[in-house]
Design a protein around this ligand. Structure first.
Ligand SMILES: Nc1ncnc2c1ncn2[C@@H]1O[C@H](COP(=O)(O)OP(=O)(O)OP(=O)(O)O)[C@@H](O)[C@H]1O
Length: 254
């Protein structure tokens, strides 16, 4: 079983991604220290999801460099980046509606342990993962739904299940794309608490629109606008930055 060992350090230099001439990520320098929680914020269309896709290998950069613990990982495929201890949760749900929550988590654990994503399981395999599966579902507040099909869950519960699937990989660097989007107040509070707990032995980067969540959780914040870094620093500093206030006001007016 591969437990998270050392939190990962993440760095980008001059990261660039164009889509047919439109520059979605435009020369981003990002420094995420090991063991911190770092938020990416910014108005709609600022390039946050594109940056996430670059960091996890789902998109290849047009230019620039990505380093994980000082090693160049630019352009590596998603599975190679995952092997280095990077896991993500998705903004758009990516669950199998017919599978139960237990089956989802067991598949993720099998995948982590290099057993592949097989849908048939022996009793032995079941027993092997049962305790860990229950523990993960308990952590995200879904244990009482363990044997339900994922398709029957409410939206916020699906997001919680995705968090469990990312955690099942025991990542050193956990990337969360809007982990509290669409959640009610109670689920938001539980998710914040969960991220606080799981940050102990890993690095967390999250895209988050809920500024209370950002303020409660993060060590540092990077604000993106038009694909560029507009501001970077501790939350209290960044939220009072006149450039940041103007960027958000512009969005509200729009
Ligand atoms: N595959 C693509 N082809 C063309 N343009 C794209 C593509 N993906 C993203 N873009 C554009 O790049 C810009 C940045 O998009 P991105 O989704 O990264 O922003 P975001 O900050 O995550 O926004 P949101 O907060 O709304 O999710 C947008 O203008 C978007 O239309």
């Amino acid at each position: 079983m591969s437990e998270a060992t050392q939190p990962a350090q993440l760095r980008t230099r001059g990261l660039l991604r164009e889509f047919s001439g439109f520059v979605a990520v435009n020369g981003v320098d990002l420094d995420v220290e090991a063991g911190t929680v770092h938020a990416l914020v910014g108005p709609n269309g600022a390039g946050k999801t594109t940056l996430f896709n670059l960091l996890t290998g789902f998109l290849k950069p047009t230019g620039g460099r990505i380093e994980l613990d000082g090693e160049d990982v630019t352009g590596l495929r998603p599975e190679r980046i995952a092997q280095r201890g990077v896991a993500r949760s998705f903004q758009i749900t990516s669950l199998f509606e017919e599978l139960t929550l237990v089956e989802h988590v067991e598949l993720a654990l099998q995948g982590r342990d290099g057993l592949g994503y097989r849908f048939w399981r022996s009793d032995k395999a079941l027993r092997r993962y049962r305790a860990e599966t229950d523990d993960l579902l308990e952590q995200v507040g879904l244990i009482e739904h363990a044997n339900k099909q994922a398709g029957s869950l409410a939206y916020g519960q699906k997001r919680a299940l995705e968090l469990a699937l990312a955690l099942a990989l025991s990542p050193r660097l956990l990337l969360l794309d809007e982990p509290t989007a669409g959640m009610g107040v109670e689920d938001v509070a539980r998710t914040v608490e969960l991220i606080r707990r799981v940050r102990a032995d890993r690095t967390v980067v999250l895209v988050e629109h809920n500024m209370k969540v950002v303020g409660d959780l993060t060590d540092r914040v990077t604000v993106l606008q038009f694909g560029k870094v507009l501001a970077e620093g501790p939350y209290e500093e960044v939220r009072n930055d006149p450039r940041v206030i103007t960027a958000y006001l512009g969005e509200n007016v729009a």
